[in-house]
Structure formats: C-alpha cells, structure tokens
Design a protein around this ligand. Structure first.
Ligand SMILES: [Zn+2]
Length: 389
C-alpha cells in the first residue's frame, strides 16, 4: 500500500483510488467495511471511489454479506474483463502479440516472423483488429498496447532511437498510434522483461534486480525500488556493451570487447563452432549435446559460463541487486546453465549467491518481454505514478 504523507489533495485522491482498486483486485470480493479497515480510509471516501469504479465497470455488487450487527454489507466484486490490454514483443526474428484482461489472463496470443518495421506494424494492426473481432471485444474497452523493442527507447516521445538489430533509428510510433486508434506505450525489451519479473515472475515482491536478456545480443533491465531505472538520458542498462577483460572483438556499437560479443547467443555459437567440425546455428542443439555427454559442447558451455559470469560480476559489484535474473532466450536453459556456472568454483553453496546477490532464472521463459509489454498499459489503472525513473 502507498503512503499518503507529503502529497497534495489531488495526489491523495489518485492514491486512494489506486489502493482501493488494487485491494479489490487482490481480494476478488470484499466489502466497503473490509476496505475501510485494511486501508484505513473513511466510508465516505470509499463510497465515492466505489461509485466511480462501478460506473466505469471495474467493480460490481455481487451479493449481500451476513450482518455483523447493523446493516448487511454489500459484497463488491472485481470485474476482470472490464478492460483489456495488448502486449507486443518485436525481435529481429519474430513478433509475438498477446491479449490479456485486468488479471493478466491470456485471452489470445499469436506469433509471426519479423520482416521490416513498417510492414510489421501494419501486420500488428491487422492481428489486433482480428483478435478483437474474434473475441467480440469493443475497442473502447482496450486500455492500449505495450510494445517491447530491442533498442534504446524514448518512452515519453514514443521514439525508438536506436535498434541496430532491426537496422532502425529515430523511428516514431506516433503515426502507428494514430492509425491504430489505441494508446501506445513503448519500452526496451530488457527493461520491460525486468518489470514483468517484479509484477508476475519469480522475483515478485523483490524491489531491486537486474534482468539479463540473452538473445542475439545482451540487454539488461535495472529495477530499483520497484521502478525501471533508465536515467535522464534514457540509456541506463547497457551492460551488454561494457568491456570484458581481454576482449578484442569489435562491436557494432563502435566499441570493442563488449560483453555481448562474449556472452550472447552468437557468442555461444561461435565458441562451439570454433572447436566442432560440424557447424551449428542452433543453441538448442548445443545444450542437447551437453546433455548427451558431448565433450565439445561441455567445453564450449564451460568457457561461455566464464564469460557470462564476467559481466554478471560487474553488475553485482556495481549495483549489488537482490537478484540477477537470467532471461531472454537463455532463461529456459536454467538447469544446464546452473551446472556450468557452479563448475566455476565461484559459489560456496548450491545457490548461486555472490556478494549477497543471487543469480536466478526467469520463470517467464522467453516471454518476459511479451508479458511485461501487455502489463504496461494497465499501469494507468493500477499505479498512480510513473514506473520509470
Ligand atoms: Zn558494443
């Protein structure tokens, strides 16, 4: 619950509304009396908010409770299908679209290959129109659409400033928003996956973490006190482009020795292909071979784990978060990555704890960014201020 100390009347009104709707959502059913006791609010304040929430469709009266003396209280229920939200995750390989309701139930989900950004946005528009038609949902009940993007994002001005993997820079989503007729939010994929972790993932209720999205490159999302930390320049979290010791390879960011050149999906493929006679383009195959006792896969993965830890160590020494969460396409290889990380002798116990920070794996598999993207628009209902600092 949010504290109301040092706020203006207007802010207190917003905070009260958010606290009330979050409480009803969490409890599913409740009464004004229960809300008053738990949130320490007056009955008139609650009544005025509940009337608004009923008018807007978020809450409805679902029955009458037994009297505890006095008038029988009305039971209030949360209407999870009052509003909907779309999440879209765009990578250079594919596009995922998810439709959810207010309780994050997945109503529909689809996936298709990425071509170029303009064509892809047009396909997204078609998919959204079709999904709404199929589920008989009126557009006015859709809060908006959250986009997870692989690059540097200016969320306030809806600009994708730099996305080398998509070969796009300074792309504005304003026209897309206008043509869609729905409000659009955009965010960097690692930031939004980090946000999903504290909302619904394995790090629920943890307020400091760094999420590492391992895909073609490495993106990192920083959560500080439950907020995405981006800085005024909107560029924080580029750990993928910090130098690892001895690294000489040149990066497309213009620097050399960047961590992502040594610990991304491409890096593992390179480490394996350097020692193997048969070239592979599939990381699945490398992890599979490791499981079948293949010594080349084992050697490549052990070397990879050392590079991975080089960057993780920098993050831990710099920020000392509660959790470092490994996700992106590598989140699903938890068992094997834990084995190879443990083999490095850096951890004293079975848990991967280093200087008090624990390395864990995402429970959202490779859908962290998609999950966060769908949850993002709902923040206007369930949060009273910006989740970005
Ligand atoms: Zn770089």
């Amino acid at each position: 619950m949010l504290s109301t100390k040092n706020f203006t009347q207007e802010q207190i009104k917003d905070i009260n509304r958010v606290n009330i709707i979050n409480f009803i959502r969490q409890e599913k059913t409740t009464t004004k009396q229960e809300i008053a006791l738990t949130l320490d609010l007056s009955i008139p304040t609650i009544t005025s908010n509940i009337n608004d929430l009923i008018n807007e469709g978020y809450v409805k009266e679902v029955g009458i409770a037994k009297s505890t003396g006095g008038r029988k209280p009305v039971i209030l229920g949360f209407v999870k299908n009052a509003k909907y939200s779309f999440g879209v995750s765009i990578t250079k390989d594919h596009v995922q679209i998810r439709l959810i309701n207010l309780e994050n139930d997945i109503i529909d989900e689809t996936e298709f290959p990425y071509t170029d950004l303009v064509t892809t946005l047009s396909s997204i528009k078609d998919h959204i129109t079709n999904m709404l038609k199929e589920h008989a949902i009126n557009r006015k009940y859709v809060v908006g659409i959250g986009l997870a993007l692989p690059g540097v994002v200016n969320d306030e001005h809806l600009i994708l400033e730099k996305a080398p993997n998509l070969q796009v820079h300074d792309f504005s989503f304003i026209r897309f928003q206008e043509s869609l007729g729905l409000r659009v939010w955009i965010e960097n994929e690692a930031n939004i996956a980090a946000f999903a972790e504290i909302k619904v993932g394995n790090s629920k209720n943890i307020d400091n973490l760094v999420y590492i999205s391992i895909t073609e490159g490495i993106g990192t999302g920083i959560i500080i006190k439950s907020h995405i930390y981006k800085s005024n320049q909107k560029k924080a979290g580029e750990f993928g482009h910090t130098r690892v010791s001895g690294g000489q390879l040149r990066c497309n960011c213009g620097r050399s020795g960047c961590w992502e050149l040594y610990a991304s999906k491409q890096a593992l493929l390179r480490l394996y292909n350097e020692v193997s006679d048969i070239e592979t383009t599939s990381i699945d195959q490398i992890f599979d071979s490791y499981d079948h006792g293949d010594s080349l896969a084992k050697a490549a993965l052990l070397e990879y784990a050392n590079y991975l830890f080089d960057g993780v160590e920098n993050i831990i020494l710099g920020l000392n978060p509660d959790y470092v969460v490994i996700g992106g396409e590598f989140g699903k290889y938890e068992r094997i990555l834990k084995q190879v990380l443990r083999a490095s002798d850096r951890f004293k116990t079975d848990r991967l704890v280093y200087e008090g920070s624990e390395i864990i794996f995402t429970g959202l598999e490779d859908k962290g960014a998609l999950t966060g993207a769908a949850l993002l628009p709902l923040e206007v209902i369930f949060n009273y201020n910006s989740n970005v600092i």
